[in-house]
Design a protein around this ligand. Structure first.
Ligand code: ZN
Length: 413
């Protein structure tokens, strides 16, 4: 998808403003002799920005406005090394809330709804983003934050929450608890807005069924405002994203070259109007594609497909590239298997081969040996690898409230 005229002018203005500052990117563009863009070709030549840059500029090197204009910072949880700090101006905070309110509206949420917010508050962009969008929309926020399942369920029943916002793992945990405690008739949820990790069709179906809700996928990342830059609509055919605030291109993660619409690659985002920490061509490492054509819902905002995985989640066994989502797809095909799993990969010196161990959960009613065999054959036919399979009873694998790490690679990098 090419930049339209407005977007091009917005990027040009961002660069012209940045090079007048002493910010990290101001210096980079100045040194590279970049003083603006007047065509798609100019844009395509701009250097990418990355999380590594942001770490390098820690703590406030990317700040592109004077201190007195900054009203808040957020930080992304760095899994390795330094965290990343993103400064926001009052307008950035407001723009984010506007986008988030638009997400709620797209999901059919109104000011009559009561939104139970379970993502974390604090340095994270999660909880506070859900909250600001909710208030902007005029709905009632129930700011729970994560954890304390007893209290969550109590509030959900007493306050008659109609919308649940959560990570998909936490939604699953709540759905299982509601099922276990027989509370299905006492909850009033109508919609769930879940994001932040890739999840299987099976897990989705389970949550939909157990909670009796419609599900919407929300997209976003701390570096680019936070969650709320895009959401799926009632057609459930990809996520609309707000192209008046962000420009999205999909690139081949290896060559860095943009790929045509419809083709899969890495999502790269440019903020069009951000003030505190504008980012041009930010590499997200999320793998998806732009869905060509118009959505049946009639909204004109362009669409991203469900995020298939992270380019850094991609793992390679016997020369085959794999994503956790493909494993989830396989498990979804097998009767009696839950959506929880983990994968351990190690190199066995004695046979000079990588060994892959998949641990899955199955219900007691099925034959564990036969189930393991079925899964092994599916791996073989669909992914061309033959893992060892361990089947354990449902409930054995750890449930987490945060993003679950399911692939553990013991091989040396
Ligand atoms: Zn739509």
């Amino acid at each position: 998808m090419k930049l339209n005229e407005t977007q091009l002018a917005q990027v040009d203005a961002q660069i012209k403003r940045l090079i007048k500052t002493d910010s990290y990117y101001g210096k980079i563009y100045r040194e590279a002799g970049i003083d603006g863009v007047s065509s798609q070709e100019d844009f395509d030549k701009l250097p990418f920005s990355s999380k590594a840059d942001l770490r390098h500029a820690y703590p406030l090197g990317i700040q592109a406005v004077p201190d007195e204009e900054i009203v808040r910072i957020h930080s992304s949880s760095g899994t390795t090394g330094k965290p990343v700090i993103i400064p926001y101006t009052a307008k950035d905070v407001d723009d984010w809330a506007i986008m988030f309110a638009r997400c709620y509206e797209t999901a059919g949420v109104t000011n009559k709804d009561r939104i139970q917010i379970t993502p974390g508050y604090g340095l994270w962009t999660a909880g506070i983003g859900f909250q600001a969008g909710c208030e902007k929309l005029g709905a009632m926020a129930i700011p729970m934050g994560p954890g304390n399942t007893d209290k969550q369920l109590q509030m959900m029943m007493d306050l008659k929450s109609t919308v649940l916002t959560a990570t998909s793992s936490y939604a699953l945990l709540l759905a299982e608890e509601i099922n276990k405690r027989g509370l299905r008739d006492k909850i009033h949820l109508k919609k769930g807005i879940f994001g932040s990790e890739r999840w299987s069709e099976k897990m989705r179906e389970y949550i939909k069924r157990e909670l009796g809700i419609e599900i919407y996928d929300i997209y976003g990342l701390t570096e680019i405002y936070g969650p709320g830059i895009g959401i799926s609509c009632e057609e459930d055919a990809g996520m609309h994203y707000w192209d008046d605030y962000i420009y999205i291109e999909i690139i081949d993660p290896k060559t860095g070259k943009p790929v045509p619409d419809g083709e899969e690659g890495e999502i790269v985002i440019t903020t069009l109007v951000k003030e505190g920490a504008p980012l041009l061509r930010f590499r997200t490492h999320d793998i998806s594609r732009i869905i060509p054509g118009e959505c049946k819902c009639g909204r004109y905002y362009p669409r991203l497909d469900t995020v298939k995985g992270r380019s850094d989640d991609m793992f390679k066994v016997h020369g085959v590239n794999m994503f956790p989502s493909q494993v989830e797809e396989i498990l979804g095909m097998v009767d009696g298997v839950s959506s929880e799993y983990n994968i351990n990969i190690a190199h066995d010196e004695s046979i000079n081969r990588d060994v892959i161990l998949v641990t899955v959960e199955a219900e007691g009613r099925v034959n564990f040996d036969a189930t393991g065999q079925t899964i092994k054959e599916l791996f073989k036919s669909r992914l061309s690898v033959t893992p060892k399979i361990t089947v354990v009873p449902v409930g054995t694998l750890p449930r987490t409230e945060k993003k679950a790490k399911r692939v553990i690679d013991h091989r040396e990098a």
